[in-house]
Design a protein around this ligand. Sequence first.
Ligand SMILES: [Zn+2]
Length: 204
Amino acid sequence: MIIENPDDPRRFLAHLPVGERLPIPEDAAPSWSIFPYEGELTVRPLDAAELPEPDRHGEAGAAECHECRRPDEDFVWTDEHWRLKAFDAPHGLPAVLFLGPRDHHDLMDLPPARAVELGPMLQRAERAILALGGIGRVHVNRWGDGAAHLHLWLIARPEGQRQLIGSTLALWMDLLPPLPDELRADTLHRIATAMAADGGTAHA
Ligand SMILES: [Zn+2]
């Protein structure tokens, strides 16, 4: 079925085989040496589309956003306009952090004054993480399907563990045994201190 209305969101959905189980192409992720799972895998049948999509958390604005109400003490580091927070779920990576604006904006409505700071802020956060030593790479991701308040993921890979390179690091994150508490606390303290050396306040 071809949808002729150029504004109809279903034009990107009409070709998808809802309810069918797709084959796994030979060169797809399960064949990669960095893919964490092995054995017989199947693809989940595609669900029917949901239009309009449900709101994300905070879609209605700052008044309904948990992130806006979060005190600075919950963060690793803050300044007047930006806040850096540790991912609080258990994970085995050296560091998993979120960088976001203090005020309630998503990427496309970030005011120009904040938008020009975003690149330098990401550089500062990456430098602070790399300064730990033992970091192979810091991945920067922005998904944003869960919450409307902009948050960029900074995900650090331990140096030398080449099976964790690339996009499947986010899958390994669920599997690896958690970093020891003392090492996690020291790591966050060192990141906070490195950030605060260029301004703002360390909280970890
Ligand atoms: Zn918010």
